[in-house]
Design a protein around this ligand. Structure first.
Ligand SMILES: [Zn+2]
Length: 385
């Protein structure tokens, strides 16, 4: 059986089992797991260990920072001991503890499921679980040895998991990312790189009424810097620079001695990343006597669509067509851990989670009727060489 045949077979087989997938999603959503709550993350990790432990050896990797959760790595045997594949899941969410009371897990008559983290990306964990079980039920193994990561800090930029992800993906033939897809189930074959900068400005305080000329206004300098930063935007090539947060000054009657700007940048290519980083680091004060200190940098490199990634998508498209689904690919300004694997040269297919919408937003939801076809799609990809 090849991937396309398995995909078509599984879709038919799994359609009547959708409720099992909904139930698992409900269970996972009901264990809250905000990135910054270690005890909650630990509860979730233990549930994952119980769920996936029977599918292969499962390692627990404690993070270097005790405020974060553990990462888990599952190894599933392949048909041949060739170059391995990786699958990436994160189990943290952007939703703070207690959100569940406000937005409890629910499924409406149309099969739309709601609840914190259902789409980003607990639904993806459900897809992976059922795909691995479906292979097992059919006496099949992934074509390649598969290393699955469940990480706990993706939503805060993967500070303690990045090295583990890169170590695990080193030498891999392919990376599957169980993140949420674009609308309609569209897979992600390109993602922008993301970065954060903090621009701190030091001026000099003075009485605003008595001798303002003796001061150096940090807020005045900030205004110049905000305009200079926003001038770096180049939407035509996908580069965005956003000063999202500013702080400065102490009182209206004091010339501000300090101010700062928090900057988010997004780029489609490494070349643009280099241009923007150099421009931000090269910012110069406008007012005599003002000083700038600039911290930060690129956090996730851009996921640039390579020829190998195009071929990987094509394989997914063919398998989906075999079950009567028209699969598309697209790009997004949001980053994921797939940015790391793609930047290492590992062909990466991202957005393999269930359909839905509203990651990080109040209307976050999963279209649970998509579960069987998303499980079938992943299972088919896993058995293709
Ligand atoms: Zn995510």
């Amino acid at each position: 059986m090849n991937g396309a045949e398995l995909t078509a077979t599984l879709r038919t087989e799994l359609e009547p089992r959708r409720q099992e997938m909904v139930d698992l999603l409900g269970e996972l959503v009901s264990i809250e797991s905000p990135s910054d709550d270690a005890p909650s993350l630990d509860r979730f990790a233990r549930r994952l260990e119980a769920l996936f432990g029977e599918l292969g050896p499962l390692e627990r990797i404690e993070p270097q920072d005790p405020a974060r959760g553990a990462h888990l790595r599952l190894t599933v045997d392949g048909q041949a001991s060739t170059q391995h594949a990786v699958a990436l899941c994160h189990y943290d969410t952007v939703w703070s503890l207690g959100t569940l009371q406000r937005i409890p897990f629910s499924v409406d008559a149309e099969g739309v499921a709601r609840g914190p983290g259902c789409f980003d990306m607990k639904g993806g964990i459900v897809v992976l679980y059922f795909a691995l079980h479906a292979l097992r039920t059919h006496g099949l193994r992934p074509a390649r040895p598969l290393k699955v990561l469940f990480t706990s800090d993706e939503e805060v930029g993967s500070p303690t998991s990045r090295a583990l992800i890169e170590r695990t993906a080193d030498g891999a033939a392919v990376a599957y990312v169980l993140e949420s897809p674009l609308p309609g189930g569209t897979l992600k074959t390109a993602r922008k790189g993301t970065g954060d900068f903090l621009v701190r400005i030091t001026g000099r305080a003075a009485h605003a009424g008595v001798e303002p000329q003796k001061g150096i206004s940090a807020t005045g300098e900030l205004a110049h810097q905000v305009l200079a930063l926003h001038a770096l935007n180049d939407y035509a090539v996908g580069t965005t620079v956003n000063v999202g947060v500013v702080h400065g000054g102490t009182r209206p009657n004091v010339v501000a001695a300090e101010a700062e700007a928090q900057v988010d940048i997004r780029v489609e290519t490494r070349a643009e990343a280099a241009r923007i980083e150099a421009a931000i680091r090269g910012l110069k004060p406008h007012l005599p006597g003002a000083a700038l200190a600039i911290d930060g940098g690129l956090n996730r490199p851009p996921m640039e669509r390579s020829a190998a990634m195009g071929a990987l998508f094509e394989q997914a498209r063919r398998n989906a067509a075999a079950m009567g689904v028209e699969l598309r690919e697209g790009s997004t300004g949001g980053g994921s851990d797939g940015n790391f694997t793609a930047a290492m040269g590992v062909p990466t297919l991202d957005g393999l989670g269930p359909e839905g919408e509203g990651a990080h937003a109040a209307h976050e939801h999963v279209d649970t009727e998509s579960f069987p076809r998303r499980v079938a799609l992943l299972a088919g990809l896993l058995i293709d060489p």
